[in-house]
Design a protein around this ligand. Structure first.
Ligand SMILES: [Zn+2]
Length: 337
C-alpha cells in the first residue's frame, strides 16, 4: 500500500522493485529502428539479379530521391530539418545502377527484400548527386525514409565500412579476398578470416522509487539527458559491464538488473543492449571528462530526451509510462500532472 503525504507517494519498496519490463508490451513500442526488417533475406550472392534497391553511400551519407524541406519540427536535437519525403533509388532491371558514372569504389550484395535485390555501394566523397537527388545522413532520414529501407541502409553502411577497412590482412598484411557464399574476407597467405565486427554496448536505466537516473555527455545537444551507456570489455558479462559502467560514470551501485531490448546501432557498428535496474547505494558523482552532469529526475518531470531513433528513448518512455501508471494509480501524481 502506498503512503500518500502532501500529494507525494512514497511507496513501499515492493511497489517498484519487481517491475517486469518487456519491450513491446509497454507504451505500444513498435520495432526499433535499424532492426532487420520482416521479409528480408540476407545473401551474399545474387544468383539471378532483377529489380534492385540501391543503397549508395558517400562517406556516411546516403543517396536519396528527395522532396522539399518539411515544415515539421524534428524530434532529434541533432537534426535541424528533415525533408518531407525521401526514397532509395529502385533500378527496375538487372543492368546495374549507374547514375554516377561508374564511380563505385566497392559494391556488396545485401540480399532480398520482399523479392527485390538490395545492393550497397560506396562512391568517392566528392561525388555530386544526380538531379533530383541528394546526400543525407541516416539520422536526418529517420521517420522520412521507409523504415525497412532505413534499416537496410544501416546494415549497408556497416558492411561497406567493414569491407573498406579489411582490404588487407591485419595479421600479415597480404591482400584479403571475399568468400563468395559467406560474409567474410579471408587472407590467402595466413588464412585469417575477418567477419563484420559488432561492438556490443550496454545501456542502463537506473530507477530509485519514482525517480530515474539520467546523465549527459559533453557532446550531447544542450539540455538533453539520456540513460547511461558504455562498451562491453573483453572478459565481461553484460551484467558485469552494466554494474561497472554505472559505478564508473556516476558512482552508483545497482542491483535487480532486468533485460529490456536490443537495437543494432550503425553509428558506427554497435549493438545496444538495454536494461532496467535499481539503485542499490551511492551518491551521484559524475565521472570527470566522461559525464558532464547526472541527476535523479522525478518520472513526472523528465528533461529533454533523445530522439525516438534510439533504444534510449524507447527504454525511457516504456519505463516512465509504467512508473507513471503505477504512481498515478496509487495517487502519486495528484497535483503534479
Ligand atoms: Zn594474413
Amino acid at each position: 500500500m502506498a503512503i500518500i503525504r502532501d500529494g507525494i507517494c512514497s511507496a513501499p519498496a515492493d511497489l517498484w522493485a519487481p517491475l517486469v519490463i518487456t519491450a513491446g508490451k509497454l507504451g505500444g513500442m513498435p520495432q526499433l529502428p535499424f532492426s532487420s526488417p520482416d521479409g528480408f533475406v540476407q545473401l551474399t550472392l545474387a544468383e539471378a539479379p532483377g529489380a534492385g534497391h540501391w543503397f549508395v553511400f558517400r562517406g556516411d551519407q546516403l543517396l536519396v530521391e528527395i522532396g522539399p524541406p518539411s515544415p515539421e519540427p524534428t524530434d532529434d536535437l541533432r537534426v535541424r530539418i528533415r525533408p518531407s519525403w525521401a526514397r532509395v533509388p529502385l533500378q527496375k532491371n538487372n543492368t546495374g545502377y549507374d547514375p554516377l558514372g561508374s564511380k563505385a569504389l566497392r559494391t556488396l550484395y545485401l540480399g532480398r527484400l520482399a523479392g527485390i535485390d538490395c545492393w550497397a555501394t560506396e562512391v568517392p566523397r566528392d561525388t555530386d548527386a544526380p538531379a533530383g537527388m541528394n546526400w543525407e545522413g541516416l539520422r536526418t532520414l529517420f521517420s522520412v525514409l521507409d523504415d525497412t529501407h532505413l534499416a537496410l541502409a544501416g546494415r549497408a553502411i556497416q558492411l561497406l565500412d567493414w569491407d573498406r577497412a579489411h582490404q588487407f590482412c591485419g595479421r600479415c598484411g597480404a591482400p584479403t579476398a571475399p568468400k563468395p557464399d559467406e560474409r567474410v574476407r579471408v587472407c590467402p597467405a595466413c588464412k585469417l578470416s575477418v567477419y563484420p565486427r559488432i561492438s556490443p554496448a550496454v545501456m542502463a536505466l537506473v530507477q530509485r522509487g519514482r525517480e530515474l537516473l539520467l546523465g549527459r555527455g559533453a557532446h550531447f545537444p544542450a539540455g538533453m539527458y539520456s540513460a547511461l551507456a558504455g562498451f562491453v570489455e573483453p572478459g565481461e558479462t553484460l551484467e558485469q559491464c552494466l554494474a561497472r559502467e554505472v559505478l564508473e560514470e556516476v558512482g552508483v551501485r545497482i542491483n535487480n538488473i532486468r533485460y529490456f531490448d536490443s537495437q543494432p546501432w550503425p553509428f558506427p557498428n554497435s549493438l545496444m543492449i538495454a536494461f532496467v535496474c535499481d539503485w542499490a547505494g551511492g551518491d551521484v558523482t559524475p565521472q570527470p571528462g566522461e559525464i558532464e552532469a547526472a541527476e535523479w529526475f522525478d518520472v513526472f518531470h523528465l528533461p529533454r530526451l533523445p530522439s525516438k531513433i534510439s533504444i534510449a528513448r524507447g527504454l525511457i518512455d516504456a519505463v516512465a509510462h509504467q512508473m507513471r501508471e503505477t504512481y498515478s494509480r496509487n495517487g502519486g501524481a495528484k497535483g503534479i500532472e
